[in-house]
Design a protein around this ligand. Structure first.
Ligand code: MLT
Length: 321
């Protein structure tokens, strides 16, 4: 057993020469949600820019399921050689409490490499759903909880966090329908197979503009400049409601500092890349300031978000196990 452990460590060991030549082959970035959703889109835009400075191709792998924890576990147990990375959002911090048993310790299993962007969610519904304002939606949910279906991307998804906060605020429970990501959820909302969800603005701006979905509110404390008439949840009927979906890139624990630095520098360069900024603006978000795209700021954010959400989730009593 001991010999096996030593062999495993040796198999994972990265020599100084390997670190120096890094990267000399394609890098995989694991997206823990389905293709066509907000995390996938942000990953693809970020990867396209990072590969310019890294000089290597970045392949996106959607390892989906269990609210993002399957993809996260895949990276937590990957060789810490810089060739398998994770992009994840606020859900990495909420899953740390939602799941009492995870195959990794969220606070220590990853090396945060840098934040990339932060966006509001929008509370949305199928286009023919009855309520027209957030106040009407709240009344409708209270009166028809057994009829309302709320789609989310699994326990640990940002959409699940938002749904949990709405239900906690209204002290009610609707029917929740789990998916593998907001990509498939959007298809089913457009197809009128589910009633409502919260989805990141990066994924909903098009469908809201074309009135393919009905929008009630944004989840941040400030309105979006794209939709100045769309109220915040806080001002429209859910006082104190606030979620911002921040995304960052991670390497497995044990990744050598030289490789961490190369990756972090590539993220900082991506945040300064006008092409990335344009593609982010096209989906109504923006790159974080370069000083926030660093391991130090990202690590603080992860730890403080784990600590921020833990008591809220415990009070809601929602656990995945
Ligand atoms: C996705 O990319 O599908 C989302 O980030 C899922 C979610 O967290 O709601």
């Amino acid at each position: 057993m001991r010999l096996m452990t030593i062999a495993a460590v040796l198999a994972f060991a990265v020599s100084p020469a390997m670190a120096q030549n890094y990267p000399d082959r394609p890098i995989t970035v694991v997206v823990p949600f389905a293709a066509g959703g907000p995390t996938d889109t942000i990953a693809r835009i970020t990867a396209a820019s990072m590969q310019k400075s890294l000089g290597q191709q970045i392949i996106i792998e959607n390892a989906v399921g269990a609210g993002g924890t399957i993809g996260s576990a895949r990276v937590a147990r990957a060789a810490p050689d810089g060739y398998t990375l994770l992009i994840h959002h606020v859900g990495l911090s909420t899953a740390a409490t939602l799941y009492r048993k995870l195959p990794y310790d969220t606070k220590t299993a990853f090396v945060p490499l840098g934040l990339v962007t932060e966006s509001p969610q929008t509370i949305i519904a199928r286009p023919d759903f009855g309520p027209n304002t957030l106040k009407e939606l709240i009344e409708y949910i209270k009166a028809n909880k057994e009829k309302v279906s709320y789609a989310h991307a699994g326990l640990g998804a940002a959409s699940q966090l938002c749904g949990m906060l709405i239900q906690t605020a209204l002290q009610t429970q609707v029917t929740t329908v789990p998916y593998k990501g907001n990509g498939p959820i959007m298809n089913d909302l457009l197809g009128k197979q589910v009633d409502m969800t919260c989805d990141q603005a990066t994924n909903t701006t098009g469908p809201i503009t074309s009135k393919q979905v009905k929008a009630y509110a944004v989840t941040t404390k400030t309105r979006m400049s794209t939709f100045p008439d769309l109220p915040t949840a806080d001002e429209a009927g859910l006082p104190g409601f606030e979620i911002s979906v921040w995304h960052g890139v991670y390497a497995p624990k044990g990744t050598p500092p030289e490789i961490v630095k190369k990756l972090s520098d590539a993220i900082v360069a991506a945040m300064k890349d006008p092409e990335l900024a344009k593609r982010f603006r096209d989906i109504t978000t923006e790159p974080v300031a370069p000083e926030r795209a660093t391991p130090q700021v990202h690590e603080k954010m992860l730890i403080s978000e784990i600590d921020r959400w833990a008591p809220i989730i415990k009070a809601a009593g929602q656990y995945a196990d």
